[in-house]
Design a protein around this ligand. Sequence first.
Ligand code: GTB
Length: 217
Amino acid sequence: MTITITAFEQSPDGGKGLARDTRVRWALEEVGQPYEVRPVSFLAMKEPAHLALHPFGQIPTYEEGDLAMFETGAIVFHIAECHAGLLPDDINARARAIAWMFAAVNTVEPPILELANARLLEGDKPWSKERLPLVADRVRSRLNQLSARLGDADWLDGAFSAGDLMMVSVLLRLRLSGIVDEYPNLAAYLARGEARPAYKRAFFAQLAANAGKPSTG
Ligand code: GTB
């Protein structure tokens, strides 16, 4: 059955991996599933046809046969459940890998998004200069904890899993801020994620899809 995902017709970052279709592409590449991409414009995202797939009018979505779904954590979990390679067989190790998926989107991503929004959407506000360091420190608190847990391990819990795929995806959003580089083990963790052949295929597919389209981010 053909898998079709949606992605930005023109990604604000020019397709440099920051939009969330990257993590879905990456998961599909890890498990060796071919997929098609339907580009969607910002306008089309808010129209009924797309809203039927995604109630919040966003990308990415995932369609396969009778199944249509949204929300990257759930999509990556579905891919990991249906195909070998992203979740361990051992029931306890599997539960822990799923916990890391939730931790990525529920505990680590919120302060990172807050920082991105503070920079992009509120940077021109008179109070922004005072608020930014506070928001950045909230990110650092989480990274301190994550860095302590990772220690000198390659991945968060044994072998690479969907938990790492989601955590690396979330941390990549910090790349330009330089904050991850304050934590050498997290910087190395990110680099290990980006070095995976499946990640590279996902990244370059998104980049190629945006080639020649001006970056607006
Ligand atoms: N919780 C949802 C999920 O994980 O699936 C969030 C989905 C989401 O935020 N989608 C964004 C979107 O569709 C694209 S990824 N936004 C359009 C809208 O809401 O109207 C967020 C994103 C977009 C662009 C960059 N960038 O270019 O730097 C980075 C991240």
